[in-house]
Design a binder for this molecule. Structure first.
Ligand SMILES: [Mn+2]
Length: 461
């Protein structure tokens, strides 16, 4: 938790931006795994609630009544029977005082402040219990809640959370340090015969030992071409690549890195050829990302670079600009170059990607395969934290489908693609901070990613 002024000032700023009405920020509740008392642990607080009210306990709701200039923390104090099981927990009044909130009340009083006749601002809910709370309070059916969420509040929250304060950047740097430990642990343990699940578990263990846990379900797979490939019980095989996409949460901030390693510690010539393209794309993005540059333009510049290089390998053909306009590169890169990162690993995604990753002059293209997965396109600003994560994947089913339909056949060499169906996929991902005149990596230590560094690191284990 940051100091009390942080939360007081943030709420003050939010009041100014929203202007009138009552803002209600729902904290999260415990979420049961398989019966009510067996909850997912650790409990994950809602990030916007945390940003303005700082407290991690479940069952809290923060209210900022702009019209009456009052701030409230709603929640029920636990009784001694709960204390027997959970230990002592500060009262709601004490929790409120820690973040500079003067008024508190039990949850049943919430309906007295947030009445449907007032202009009540709420964020789009993503948990079912929150949807029920909103329905009880405001009479809005869950199906209608996303569209009735307050655009004014969404835009204000995005504006504030998008630009990271120095103390937030420090927290992300600390999370990246644990990210370094997670990824280098994987690099040390990878060898033929070990299961994906074992490595995935060790990576998760670092996140749980040194931080609050992972920032998303760890991806560790020899099938790097599967975007969200969870670790299976398959054994690692010499000659294949293993892709590790993992991050932690520390002090409520995330890290998110991806590395791709040769299982036997040495890249083959074919792997090296593809790897060096991804590496070049990754490094190019860091070279050009700076305030005023649109990340969508960086994305397409990377797509053109990738296309040029894939043409040299005979996997693509034709005019580079036309190929990228047609979306042919999405055969290899079906996602965007990156996303905002912060308290959420895809920061604020729940508030609506259109408000987080785009602006008035940069609109998403939802029609074209690949481009429709662009999470971040807008002009970069100092203080943004984004990921740089190009990849090249060989997805057998996608190759088959495009080959059968002839999609982009003037830009793709399907005969050559056939021979890459057993390749897998490569992604390299780092977290970067947009600075005054450029950008920089976050985290003190670079997780090895240049091929020689990866091989040397794996050999030294
Ligand atoms: Mn990412």
């Amino acid at each position: 938790m940051f100091n009390i002024d942080t939360y007081v000032n943030r709420r003050q700023e939010l009041k100014k931006l929203v202007g009138e009405g009552v803002i209600i920020l729902f904290g999260n509740n415990d979420s049961p795994v398989n019966y009510p008392a067996n909850a997912y642990a650790p409990m994950r607080q809602d990030s916007s609630f945390l940003y303005y009210f700082g407290q991690h306990r479940d069952g809290l709701v923060g209210v900022i009544d702009i019209d009456n200039d009052e701030e409230w923390l709603f929640g029920d104090d636990i009784d001694v029977e709960d204390i027997v099981w959970m230990g002592f927990t500060p009262s709601v009044a004490d929790l409120a005082a820690e973040v500079g909130v003067k008024k508190t009340a039990p949850m049943k009083e919430l309906a007295k402040i947030c009445t449907p006749d007032k202009k009540v601002h709420f964020l789009p809910p993503y948990r079912f219990d929150t949807k029920i709370q909103i329905m009880d309070l405001l009479g809005i059916h869950p199906n209608q809640q996303k569209e009735q969420a307050s655009l004014k509040l969404i835009k204000a929250v995005v504006k504030m959370r998008a630009t990271k304060e120095p103390q937030e950047i420090e927290a992300i740097e600390r999370a990246c340090e644990v990210g370094y430990m997670m990824h280098t642990t994987a690099q040390k343990l990878i060898r033929p015969g070990v299961t994906e699940r074992y490595i995935g578990g060790q990576v998760d263990g670092i996140a749980r030992s040194l931080a609050q846990g992972t920032s998303f379900a760890t991806i560790f797979s020899q099938h790097g071409e599967i975007m969200h490939g969870n670790p299976s019980d398959a054994q690692l095989e010499a000659g294949r690549l293993a892709l590790c996409d993992a991050g932690c949460e520390l002090d409520d901030y995330c890290s998110d890195h991806t590395r791709t390693m040769p299982v036997n510690g040495k890249f083959s010539q074919r792997q090296l050829e593809i790897y060096s393209i991804v590496e070049a794309c990754h490094d190019y993005a860091i070279e050009v990302a700076k305030p005023g540059v649109r990340y969508m333009d960086v994305h397409f510049a990377v797509c053109r670079l990738m296309t040029e290089r894939l043409k040299e390998l005979g996997l693509m053909k034709g005019d580079t600009d036309e190929a990228v306009r047609a979306g042919a590169h999405a055969m290899f890169l079906p996602h965007g170059l990156g996303h905002m990162m912060g308290m959420d690993v895809h920061d604020m995604e729940g508030l609506g990607q259109i408000y987080v990753g785009f602006d008035e002059e940069t609109r998403p293209n939802l029609e074209q395969f690949g481009t429709n997965c662009l999470r971040m396109g807008r002009k970069l600003e100092e203080g943004f934290v984004i990921t740089d994560e190009p990849g090249i994947y060989f997805i057998p089913q996608l190759i088959d489908e495009w080959k059968a339909s002839g999609h982009c056949k003037e830009f793709l060499n399907f005969d050559k693609l056939e021979t890459y169906k057993d390749f897998g996929g490569i992604r390299i991902e780092d977290d970067i901070l947009i600075t005054k005149d450029g950008c920089r990596f976050l985290g003190k230590q670079r997780i090895p990613y240049h091929p020689k560094d990866v091989e040397d690191f794996m050999a030294a284990k």
